[in-house]
Design a protein around this ligand. Structure first.
Ligand SMILES: [Zn+2]
Ligand SMILES: [Zn+2]
Length: 302
């Protein structure tokens, strides 16, 4: 099960009633954050989740509304006595940008590991998450992310018995381990059926619609996508500033055959997304207007 919380849904600046866009997920005791603008700590606190288990922070790009909350968060994680390393993922220049921000958070009790994304797409395997960064189209280098949790095939008791695999090794094989015993080697594929459908989440913000989004978001259980503007007459503004309208986001959701789409990164000028949702749902019926703290649990299929 993947616990998902859209911490905030605002773009550009935090408002009294709207935190900046950030996503937090929890899987198997490990938390992951995508983007960390000003006030993200308050949004996490509001949700009631902890800072200490955040093992990975991914950055879409280096605009202030997506990274300016980092130094404060690092200090809080340090005050929570975290000692395990923290992995940061982001566009080229990540280490330089973060080290500049670290001038105001110099002493931390945990090491920071930097993973700068190389090229248009890169995959990272971390803490049970398979993360893929893919290039999108903003006015600075920007990436979207897919997060996948794989699921192994079903354990086949009949096959395990036929091959006379001792029962004491079953659970290790089931968790993907290869086991050696007195010269015999047992591999997971001897006892597991074909891989089953896992969980897939895609998050992308600050971009025009791109083929990379359509391709990478394909068949996602949840697609969280920027929608800066709901007003139809702001389509040219969206294009000029390299953002999207709600309708463009819905078009991507439809093309990528996702199960559900949440809008996020609203312009401060947009007070309520709801009045535009009927039109959005004509393009993609399973659309939801993101709001601060909107949460779900993505489950493996039965
Ligand atoms: Zn932004
Ligand atoms: Zn931006």
């Amino acid at each position: 099960m993947l616990d998902v919380c859209l911490l905030g849904c605002g773009g550009m600046m935090p408002l009294p009633y709207r935190y900046l866009t950030a996503l937090m997920t929890r899987f198997n005791g490990s938390s992951l954050l995508v983007d960390c603008g000003e006030g993200t700590q308050i949004a996490i606190k509001e949700k009631g989740w902890s800072f200490k288990p955040i093992d990975v922070i991914c950055f879409t790009h280096f605009h202030g509304d997506h990274i300016s909350g980092l130094p404060g968060l690092l200090l809080t994680m340090g005050n929570a006595d975290r000692t395990e390393p923290l992995t940061l993922i982001g566009p080229k220049g990540l280490e330089r940008v973060v080290n500049s921000l670290r001038v105001i958070a110099p002493e931390l009790p945990f090491p920071i590991l930097f993973r700068e994304i190389e090229g248009p797409e890169q995959t990272f395997e971390l803490k049970g998450y398979r993360l893929k960064a893919f290039r999108v189209n903003h006015n600075v280098v920007c990436y979207g992310y897919t997060m996948e949790i794989d699921r192994a095939g079903k354990f086949d008791v009949e096959r395990a018995r036929e091959r006379e695999i001792p029962q004491k090794f079953w659970s290790r094989l089931q968790s993907g381990e290869t086991v050696e015993d007195g010269g015999r080697v047992f591999t997971p594929d001897m006892v597991l059926g074909p891989p089953r459908k896992g969980i897939k989440l895609t998050y992308t913000t600050d971009t025009r619609p791109t083929d990379s989004i359509r391709r990478n978001a394909l068949d996602s259980d949840l697609f969280i996508c920027e929608g800066m503007y709901g007003e139809k007459d702001k389509a040219s503004k969206a294009s000029e500033y390299k953002h999207m309208t709600f309708y463009e986001a819905a078009g991507l959701a439809r093309d990528a055959h996702v199960r559900e789409m949440w809008l996020t990164h609203y312009s401060p000028s947009l007070t309520r997304p709801e009045p535009y949702m009927d039109e959005v749902k004509k393009i993609f019926p399973h659309s939801k207007p993101g709001k601060d703290g909107l949460s779900t649990e993505l489950m493996f299929e039965e």
